[in-house]
Design a protein around this ligand. Structure first.
Ligand SMILES: C[S@@+](CC[C@H](N)C(=O)[O-])C[C@H]1O[C@@H](n2cnc3c(N)ncnc32)[C@H](O)[C@@H]1O
Length: 232
């Protein structure tokens, strides 16, 4: 246990090959971890629905004037809540791996008479279900960092096929600073060079802007918290 703790606390400096093996081994652990998070933790997310980080996110999203939005890893809809209340004409869908979070959030929205949010129990890896949807924006905060290297390109490519743009708030590796490294494993999270990954798609996004997130808004272990804002 002590050894495991030490390993989790120190950022793991592994070769890409070893890191991929590690992630493949631990993927079920991470999925299980999030699938099984209980209501006490989910309630804390709900309580955060009006905090400064949501104001920060909503200002970014509103600049894009989207009418149809999907959030990946929405928990109980804590980040969708303010957007939904502010503009009932926007249609919002959220997906999450945790069924309790989705059920809890849908109940809260119903109680509050919010009708423009629908939370679904789905994984990021299951975006096929939206192949007929045309979202104006897909966004995700602190969720893609749990997607393994084997799946990330598929997830990003699916997002691109169902939306006019994406906004990711993730651990980002600075393009150029680490020209040989596309992703690094940090304490259970994947930090990635999203710009280079997205630019390798054909066609590449028309525009990608990377903006550091102020530490008072989000200061995750592993660092590099950034908004990756792509227009397809
Ligand atoms: C760190 S929390 C962030 C929640 C919310 N996005 C926020 O910023 O407050 C990560 C969320 O992603 C969800 N999650 C983790 N892996 C997922 C996956 N593969 N597909 C969908 N949701 C996932 C978890 O259940 C959890 O709600």
């Amino acid at each position: 246990m002590k050894k495991l703790k030490e390993n989790l606390i120190k950022p793991l400096k592994l070769s890409r090959h070893a890191a991929m093996l590690f992630a493949a081994k631990h993927f079920d652990y991470k999925a299980r971890f999030w699938r099984n998070r209980d209501l006490s933790v989910i309630k804390d997310y709900w309580e955060s629905r009006n905090d400064d980080s949501n104001e920060y996110l909503h200002d970014l999203i509103k600049k894009r004037k989207p009418k149809k939005i999907l959030e990946i890893g929405c928990c109980c809809g804590n980040r969708l809540y303010g957007l939904a209340k502010e503009d009932p004409s926007i249609s919002l869908v959220g997906i999450d791996i945790n069924r309790e979070a989705v059920d809890f959030g849908n109940e809260r929205f119903k109680e509050e008479g919010v009708e423009n949010v629908q939370l679904l129990h789905l994984r990021a890896e299951e975006l096929d279900d939206f192949h007929d949807s045309n979202f104006d924006l897909v966004f995700s905060w602190a969720t893609l960092l749990y997607i393994t290297p084997q799946k990330i390109r598929q997830v990003l490519s699916h997002i691109r096929s169902i939306s006019a743009g994406m906004m990711l708030l993730e651990l980002n590796l600075d393009s150029g600073a680490n020209p040989n490294i596309l992703e690094e494993f940090h304490v259970g999270n994947w930090k990635r060079d999203y710009k280079r990954i997205l630019e390798s798609f054909n066609p590449a996004p028309q525009k990608i802007n990377i903006t550091p997130i102020p530490p008072e808004i989000w200061n995750p272990g592993g660092g590099g918290a950034s908004v990756i804002d792509a227009v397809f």
